[in-house]
Ligand binder design. Structure first.
Ligand code: UD1
Ligand code: CA
Length: 459
């Protein structure tokens, strides 16, 4: 059985009040439509077609890697018309599942259940019971509880509006029959739209039994129409991630103050303080402690790493036992070995720092290779950029760099070397020796401070 998926994403999204097409608004750092495409992929769809319109090529351009077929719906004449546009792309499919670009949290398990539950018949619907069904299409059943048709809110009678079982919009149908029904729907309704939902009545008239199944949660089938609904789904999604982490052995100071925009994996007994944002792929080893207000992006932390408040780690790796922050920034290409200390107001870029070294205060370390057991004093700067090119600074094992040193790269400081505080090191400093550049200190005998000139009276 070849399953095709049609994703409707041509809507205008007026209520988002945005220049960005609605389906490109991010949820957990990924476009809404990206979540739906992932669900289709998880189902093992043989072909995916996305019906787009509003926002033009911006929508397909946002998914350069996707193998989906992009079908433009030039005029938005209704959901039935939209699916019809995608039918040529479904020509080789046995069944077609219709999803929505603005319904991002649909679970592949639910869709698999819908598809499996309806194999015996040509048409399956995902429906749900709502206390307040306002706005939704209502599922009209006969006395034997068989589905007869769907009536849209705007076309419904008072009695029909009292029905609490509603259409989620998600349907699965046999491809050939779907094509036939879609060819027969009209737009003789209040909105003058071609309703996808009209195929249900046609199917029933053809003697087809319509099967229904329900989602696990209402959030799964919730659509995003405005930014308030987007925020609700974001929180729901983040809550799910937080629950999984906690059940997996991670302590969260507050599960509502964690945002994962990508993937986060934590080994046992990790503590995450409030307001952590994770982006891309983040891996945290056992017994790490992450302080408040940190940003971790595409990084790996070993075991027992302590990241103190307000630190940013991006594209970097930090080995076991290291201590980072507070207010540290590790930029891409930084490799911090075991038991290093990278302290407050220290920026590290594309540098390797070997085991046990310390850069504790107010430093910039860029394009550097620092050995083991090195002490980099407060205010040390690697002058790695000459205005045109970047150059390497090498510091051997056990070196001691005095405070406020400028290391003018390319430069090598030998193992065990000591650099006197305040030096500007522009030539290689030999191993085990004291090297310093420093103007001699002078005291001017008998010097007095200037005094303010007396102001002359104007009288
Ligand atoms: C639709 C269903 C309704 C269901 C509800 C669930 C129809 C006629 N009604 O109503 O039974 O309860 O969804 O939310 O299907 N779209 C296009 N092209 C179009 C029209 C719509 O791509 O020409 C897309 C929209 O972007 C949107 C989705 O289809 O994502 C639903 O369209 P909308 O007009 O909002 O349908 P509803 O009135 O919500
Ligand atoms: Ca809608």
């Amino acid at each position: 059985m070849k399953l095709g998926v049609v994703v409707l994403a041509a809507g205008k999204g007026t209520r988002m009040r945005s220049a960005l097409p609605k389906v490109l608004h991010p949820l957990a750092g990924r476009p809404l439509l990206g979540h739906v495409l992932d669900a289709a992929a998880a189902l093992g769809a043989a072909q995916v077609a996305v019906v787009y319109g509003h926002g033009g090529e911006q929508v397909p351009n946002a998914f350069p890697q996707s193998k989906a077929e992009w079908v433009e719906q030039r005029e938005r004449l209704g959901t039935g018309h939209a699916v019809l546009q995608a039918m040529p792309a479904m020509a080789a499919m046995d069944r077609v599942l219709v999803l929505y670009g603005d319904v991002p949290l649909i679970e592949p398990e639910t869709l698999t259940r819908l598809v499996d539950d309806t194999v015996e018949t040509s048409l399956g619907l995902l429906t749900m019971e709502l206390v307040d069904p306002t706005g939704y299409g209502r599922i009209v059943r006969d006395k034997s509880n068989r589905v007869l048709r769907i009536v849209e809110q705007k076309d419904a009678s008072t009695a029909e509006r009292a029905i609490t079982e509603v259409n989620t919009g998600i349907i699965v149908a046999e491809r050939t029959r779907l094509a036939d029904w879609l060819g027969r729907i009209g737009n003789d309704n209040v909105q003058h739209e071609y309703y996808l939902t009209d195929i249900i009545g046609l199917a029933v008239a053809d003697g087809v039994t319509v099967a229904t199944t329900a989602p696990e949660t209402l959030e799964e089938v919730a659509g995003v129409n405005d930014r308030a609904q987007l925020a609700l789904l974001e929180r729901h999604y983040q809550r799910g991630i937080a629950e999984k982490l906690m059940l997996g052995g991670t302590t969260l100071a507050d599960p509502s103050r964690l945002d994962v925009r990508g993937s986060l994996s934590c080994d046992q007994d990790v503590f995450l303080d409030v307001n952590l944002v994770c982006e891309g792929r983040v891996r945290i080893g056992a017994n790490c402690h992450i302080g408040p207000n940190c940003l971790l992006k595409d990084c790996t932390l070993g075991t027992g790493v302590e990241v103190m408040a307000n630190s940013i780690i991006e594209g970097a790796s930090v080995a076991s036992g290291a201590r980072i922050g507070p207010f540290a920034r590790l930029r891409p290409g930084s490799e911090i070995a075991e038991d290093c200390h990278i302290g407050n107001f220290v920026e590290v870029k594309k540098s390797r720092i070997a085991a046990g070294s310390k850069v504790n205060h107010l430093s910039y370390v860029g394009d550097a290779e620092i050995g083991a057991g090195v002490n980099v004093g407060a205010g040390t700067i690697t002058c790695n950029y000459d205005g045109a090119n970047k150059h390497l600074t090498e510091i051997g094992d056990g070196a001691f760099i005095g405070s406020n040193t400028a290391l003018v790269a390319p430069v090598v400081v030998g193992p065990g070397a000591t650099i006197g505080a305040g030096s500007v090191i522009s030539r290689n400093a030999p191993a085990e020796q004291l090297t310093l550049t420093r103007a001699p200190q002078a005291t001017i005998e008998g010097w007095t401070r200037p005094t303010k000139a007396a102001i002359k009276s104007s009288t």
